[in-house]
Design a protein around this ligand. Structure first.
Ligand code: ATP
Length: 618
């Protein structure tokens, strides 16, 4: 069990490729020391040497923003006795999902994070990337020897297992908007920025073999778009736009066939070769895919059972007495051995595998020379550069300002919406159909009993329509929230920028929709023919429509699924309608529901509309 105090700390080191400070294979402490002492031999003090390598965070940021993939800041991640636990209900002690994990991830290397299902691979990836907000973290986690700051997020690229892309946008549009949001810009429509963004997008399209499908829409199950493999690459491409120094990938090949997986991992290998630290969880890679990884971190039940060169892993376990069958996939062999599952499909050697305790491999690794070397290497790297760079969090967490982000997000909303066939139907045509139906049903001039009843019904039904009219947008809103969460997590923009861009994008459409409806219904049903009465009627419906829209957004964000959101969106306004005093008169409302009458916005809106229409008429 973890014993160390919580000292999660990260660090930032800048090392250029020419400086050679971060060697390709930092396997031993000796290698690291030798590399860092190059400058010292040239007559610099250690502090001078470090300062020359590590400019301020601001300097680094500017430099990074103008560099291509792999040419910016280099990161070494070191973690020592890193543990992560969650509190289960009614438990005082945390359940430890990661236990005393020690290791390092270096630039120019591609590390595979493997292990049986439930071993803690995704958990480790998220802890390293700083994505675990809950639970308890113990041990030490350093980025070039310094504590992680929130501002560092922008140097990280995290490719989630599930592709979250906007179906109606093309691959190029997706990347262009990502570039606009994540790269520091001079202005919203600055020409130089645009040229730089185009250049970067072209570079990444080329790097990931997406140029041929750059102008194809992503698509979904209903609309044909790019292939599954291309979507995966587009998903990863979004994370490369900012030239990340560390690329985390969570099972990027899941759902891909073996040829496409190989193709994809080759692209990632090329990216690592440019100087990026790559760590990637992967399930059952083929022998060829496995062969592309430089290092392997094998986890079992939250503990490291192997961390070292990927091509040495099989012999490490063979030396422990576990023989690999000829032709057996090395990744399958490693997972079978460490998970205690002896394969039955002709791997005769597995029958002779020793029966071992579940903790055997973790213990064996802890006592191995590999672990001793690894620990020394981790410690050496951390102490070499700790305390030399500015790790203070910067005030600005996002590449660009709030207004810039809101404007770009509005533009992107339009770009994504214009190809959505249902967009105009939901916002314009559906309301024309409803208004026409009203017009035909309630042509009732005058103020006789039937006309009064008809007008009252029209007023109430108009309100009901605008309370529920936004419900058709639940599905796309729930879908987009994953996309938003991804971008907010990546530090592209704030939740409030997303909220205001959505509000501002929808306000003109709501205005237009309510105006269209009002113009048709108000005059057809012959409500009060004065400008002031008409404006009053229009404004009440507009406010109700905005409330309906906001309720839809709220429930679409808090509900687990679109179905659950729809249930809330129907139930809650329904209660406000039921106890508005229209269908059940105030004296007849059950006393335990009277609160609903007082908080019902439908009640106040209906009272306003009735006064607007009938005041002074009787
Ligand atoms: N919030 C949580 N509360 C309790 N247990 C959790 C929580 N999150 C994860 N776990 C457990 O921690 C273990 C590790 O989960 P994780 O998703 O990291 O495994 P994994 O190795 O990525 O698995 P897979 O390969 O199946 O995706 C699992 O047993 C999981 O059930």
């Amino acid at each position: 069990m973890p014993t160390k105090e919580s000292t999660v700390s990260l660090n930032l080191d800048r090392s250029t490729e020419s400086g050679g400070h971060l060697a390709e294979e930092n396997d031993t402490a000796t290698d690291l020391k030798m590399a860092s002492e190059t400058d010292l031999e040239e007559g610099m003090t250690r502090n001078e040497s470090m300062r020359s390598r590590q400019p301020s965070m601001h300097h680094i940021k500017d430099e990074r923003m103008s560099t291509k993939v792999g040419q910016g800041v280099k990161f070494n991640i070191t973690f020592e006795d890193l543990s992560y636990g969650v509190y289960l209900p009614k438990q005082k002690e945390p359940k430890w999902l990661l236990k005393n994990v020690t290791g390092a991830i270096n630039p120019k290397q591609m590390t595979a994070l493997m292990g049986p299902s439930g071993a803690g691979k995704s958990t480790l990836l998220e802890v390293l990337a700083g994505r675990k907000q809950d639970g308890e973290i113990e041990g030490e986690l350093l980025f070039n020897g310094k504590e992680r700051t929130r501002a560092m997020k922008r140097w990280f690229g995290f490719v989630e297992q599930r592709d979250s892309l906007i179906a109606t946008m093309t691959v190029r549009e997706t990347l262009m908007y990502t570039a606009r949001l994540r790269i520091k810009a001079n202005g919203i429509w600055d020409k130089e920025d645009h040229a730089d963004q185009v250049e970067r997008v072209d570079e990444i399209l080329d790097m990931l073999g997406l140029t041929a499908c750059a102008d194809v829409v992503i698509g979904d199950e209903n609309n044909r778009g790019v292939s599954g493999g291309q979507a995966k690459r587009a998903n990863a491409a979004m994370e490369l736009i900012t030239s990340p120094s560390i690329l985390f990938l969570d099972e990027p090949t899941s759902g891909l066939d073996s040829a496409t997986s190989l193709d994809f991992i080759r692209c990632i290998k090329d990216i690592a070769a440019r100087g990026v630290s790559v760590i990637c969880t992967i399930h059952q890679p083929s022998e060829e895919v496995y062969g592309l990884f430089d290092r392997l971190l094998l986890l079992v039940a939250g503990e490291v059972v192997y961390l070292g060169k990927a091509n040495m892993a099989v012999s490490y376990f063979q030396d422990l007495g576990f023989k690999k069958a000829p032709g057996q996939n090395p990744a399958d062999f490693l997972v079978s051995v460490t998970s205690g599952h002896k394969p039955t499909d002709g791997a005769n050697e597995s029958k002779t595998w020793p029966d071992v305790d579940p903790n055997y491999f973790a213990q064996e690794y802890m006592n191995s020379q590999l672990a001793t070397d690894r620990k020394e290497s981790t410690l050496a790297h951390r102490s070499d550069i700790s305390g030399q760079v500015d790790t203070k969090d910067k005030k600005e967490l996002y590449a660009n300002g709030f207004v810039y982000n809101v404007v770009v997000l509005i533009e992107r909303n339009w770009c994504a919406s214009k190809r959505d066939k249902s967009f105009f139907f939901k916002r314009v045509f559906s309301i024309v159909i409803v208004a026409t139906a009203f017009m035909l049903a309630y042509l009732m001039p005058g103020f006789d009993d039937a006309a009064i009843r008809g007008k009252q019904s029209v007023l109430m039904l108009s309100m009901i329509i605008f309370l529920f009219t936004a419900n058709g947008q639940v599905d796309p809103t729930v879908e987009r929230r994953n996309y938003m969460a991804r971008e907010v997590n990546a530090g592209s923009y704030s939740v409030s920028a997303h909220f205001w861009s959505t509000v501002l994008f929808e306000v003109p459409w709501t205005f237009f929709k309510v105006l269209l409806y009002s113009l048709i219904v108000y005059f057809a049903v012959q409500l009060q023919y004065t400008f002031v009465n008409f404006i009053y009627y229009f404004l009440v419906l507009f406010i109700l429509a905005e409330i309906g829209l906001n309720l839809m957004w709220f429930f679409s964000f808090v509900a687990a699924t679109a179905t659950e959101a729809s249930m809330y969106i129907i139930t809650i306004p329904f209660l406000f309608i039921l106890y508005s005093g229209f269908f059940i008169q105030y004296p007849d409302i059950p006393v335990y529901w009277i609160w609903a009458y007082y908080i019902s916005h439908v009640n106040y809106s209906m009272a306003g509309l009735l006064l607007n229409e009938f005041k002074g008429k009787f």
